[in-house]
Design a protein around this ligand. Structure first.
Ligand code: SF4
Length: 384
């Protein structure tokens, strides 16, 4: 596909819009004192790297409070390197896609080898080559490009969701973005300003977030309308062409809350090799077709922990959506009848008092259970 856009004019129009309407407040894109970096200036890549990994599956507005919390706990690279994985997962709790946190932790150890233990505060000691960033677990071409252009103002193209949408509309491409990766990357490289790569990439991301939005693009105030085939010839809503959506299957999950005689609850730690490995959860599992949920819980606790329980009152039921599936959780209190719990399907088990549960990293669905449990226990204590 031929890309016939007057590049300099395109860049100038975009920069003019950016200087007035860009999101110039994103905290990791600024100097430590909150001021704007000069053209060509190196700023700390540490906060940018953390933010870019958080942004891989999560919206900017959601990321900001997590990023701020993270920066308080781990103000520099060395604190991440020296933290244990549980502490890192605790900081990620609620953001989802926990493998990102684990890979970030692994990457911190590789990054400190690049910078050296005495130089990690110096932006010039950090890697500036695309391949160096691509060698880190969980860092793809667009994330690496965004880190390099944001931190060092070096010309490295990016292709995030916003930019794919803009380019697909500029070209009015008939293919889905995933089928047009090559063309879209070529466009990102070709249009990128070599003089102001930091501003250029940021301007495109901001335009995608504020003007060329997925649902109602504000074409009438778009600085790129003269180059946009979707706007000139078609209806921009018809672009980009939609990817086939995976149907979210619904799976029912039974969870058992087992107390010991000291009032402590049984929790288990997911296997390292599993999804959300290293996180803690309440025992339970998938309901078989034609099984009552109480039977699911009793069976799962026998299989996972080797204990026999009597399933009692229900605490709550709720729906929880993931990217490709929906889970319907039903949580019951259980009476522990026999057997010593063992981690037959997990790496570790623990008895924990209810007020200490939040000291452990749990996935979001389990946080809902903890919150309801705390409400019920405080209600019971008030009544006593
Ligand atoms: S003219 Fe409309 S569709 Fe085209 S880039 Fe601008 S906002 Fe997007």
């Amino acid at each position: 596909m031929q890309i016939l856009i007057p590049i300099e004019e395109f860049q100038n129009n975009l920069f003019e819009w950016f200087s007035e309407c860009g999101r110039h407040w994103i905290p990791w894109k600024l100097r430590k004192d909150g001021s704007f970096p000069e053209s060509g200036e190196f700023i700390s890549p540490y906060g940018i790297w953390i933010a870019e990994v958080m942004l891989q599956q999560t919206q900017l507005q959601t990321v900001i409070p997590y990023w701020e919390k993270w920066m308080k706990t781990f103000p520099t690279l060395i604190e991440v390197v020296e933290a244990d994985e549980q502490k890192v997962l605790m900081q990620w709790q609620g953001l989802g896609y926990y493998s990102r946190a684990k890979r970030l932790h692994q990457s911190s150890k590789l990054l400190i080898e690049f910078t050296g233990k005495d130089n990690f505060l110096d932006p010039f000691a950090w890697p500036v080559e695309l391949n160096q960033w691509l060698s880190l677990p969980g860092i793809g071409k667009s994330t690496a490009g965004s880190i390099i252009s944001s931190a060092f103002d070096l010309p490295s193209p990016i292709l995030d969701g916003n930019i794919k949408r803009i380019f697909s509309r500029l070209l009015a491409t008939k293919n889905t973005p995933s089928k047009d990766q090559k063309t879209l990357w070529k466009m990102s490289s070709l249009l990128l300003s070599k003089k102001r790569p930091r501003d250029f990439n940021q301007a495109l991301m901001d335009l995608g977030a504020k003007i060329c939005t997925p649902q109602k693009p504000s074409c009438s105030c778009c600085p790129l309308q003269n180059y946009c085939v979707a706007y000139i010839k078609y209806d921009p809503h018809d672009f980009p062409k939609k990817e086939m959506k995976k149907i979210k299957t619904l799976q029912e999950i039974g969870i058992g809350l087992v107390f010991n005689k000291n009032g402590e609850l049984l929790i288990d730690q997911r296997l390292e090799t599993s999804n959300m490995g290293g996180m803690w959860e309440f025992p339970g599992g998938k309901k078989n077709p034609d099984e009552f949920i109480e039977d699911t819980i009793a069976r799962e606790l026998k299989e996972e922990l080797g204990i026999v329980v009597k399933v009692g009152a229900k605490l709550l039921s709720f729906d929880h959506a993931y990217t490709n599936k929906r889970l319907y959780f039903t949580v019951h209190f259980c009476e522990w009848i026999s057997g010593q719990p063992r981690p037959l399907a997990s790496q570790k088990i623990l008895w924990v008092s209810p007020e200490k549960l939040l000291d452990f990293p749990f996935p979001s669905a389990n946080i809902k259970i903890i919150s309801e449990l705390h409400k019920q226990l405080s209600f019971r204590n008030k009544k006593l």
